[in-house]
Write a new protein. Sequence first.
Length: 68
Amino acid sequence: MPKAVEAESGARCGALFVFAHQDDEIACIGLMRRLVGEGRGVRVAWTTDGAYQVPAEVRRSESLANMS
């Protein structure tokens, strides 16, 4: 985070990651884990439910397991 923003806010900001599909979060897992390790909040949103060839609940479970 830029120092000016950090100094102005006085708090460590979290992050919102927005992905088109389940499994896209794999590209950012390292960054998300680093942010969590620094005590920052991490939120994830997907714009689809992942139910193309596999039920949506399966994709959701896989994504949650990836981020654990």
